[in-house]
Design a protein around this ligand. Sequence first.
Ligand SMILES: Nc1ncnc2c1ncn2[C@@H]1O[C@H](COP(=O)(O)OP(=O)(O)OP(=O)(O)O)[C@@H](O)[C@H]1O
Ligand SMILES: [Mg+2]
Length: 263
Amino acid sequence: MAKIIEKRRSLHNNIKKQQEKNNKLQLQLSQLHALANIGANWAMVAHEINNLLTPLKNYSQLALMHPEDDKLCKKALEKSVLNSDRISNISKSILAVINGEANEKRCVNLRQTIDEIFSCLCRDFSKDSITVNIDIPENLSLFVVPIEIQQVFMNLILNARDAMLSSGGTLDIKAIDSGDTIQVDISDTGCGIDAENIDKIFDLLFTTKNNDGQSSQTSGSGLGLSFCKKAVENNDGDISVNSIQGQGTTFAIQFPKPKQVDT
Ligand SMILES: Nc1ncnc2c1ncn2[C@@H]1O[C@H](COP(=O)(O)OP(=O)(O)OP(=O)(O)O)[C@@H](O)[C@H]1O
Ligand SMILES: [Mg+2]
């Protein structure tokens, strides 16, 4: 009998020790998850800064090669100011998050936001045989963190351009006020998305773009859409996709309509 009691006690002690080990491992795992999350966030921020630095560098290089072209030099300087401003806003918004502050939401005019994105980009879309149609009522506003939503639209526009780079096409950006929500559709007539990939495109690091550094195809890191999803949800919106391979893709974003604001 004494032996059985002793065995039980030792079994109990063992279970207790295993539970303590398990708790420690759980804690380590959640710390690792938190670290992975920070890493992913920083990668997304670096990606957004890079989206803005690339056109800035390309224009500055062009201007240096043609210092006699006053118009080009002026454009390069304007882009430098605009894109540097954006980069500084991205840094400020990260600092706010680190300091535990919420980034401030503001009413932003949607049409102006979209127009500004085209000013931040490098190459005119017409040079790649891409026609851009923008159909957004002048007075439509969103209540969002401006820098986050600017970068969302920039990513979607850059993806649409990549999808049409090989043979040109049409990019339609349309917004409608449907009562409680404002819906923005970004559609392209590009390569479309393979049915087997459609559920993966918002995953972190998922890309079908070539990264060998040799092919003429654009390279990708698979950070753009996961950033978009995070940022849209952070602004109480919703993003979805519809695509037919070989025909094109539409990203639809719904934002709640700003309250007590004339839209
Ligand atoms: N408009 C589109 N047309 C076709 N495929 C698209 C489109 N938008 C996204 N995709 C697909 O979704 C994938 C993920 O897009 P995402 O923007 O996250 O990464 P990426 O563009 O590959 O790289 P990056 O991090 O530079 O943005 C793309 O690689 C592509 O396969
Ligand atoms: Mg992308």
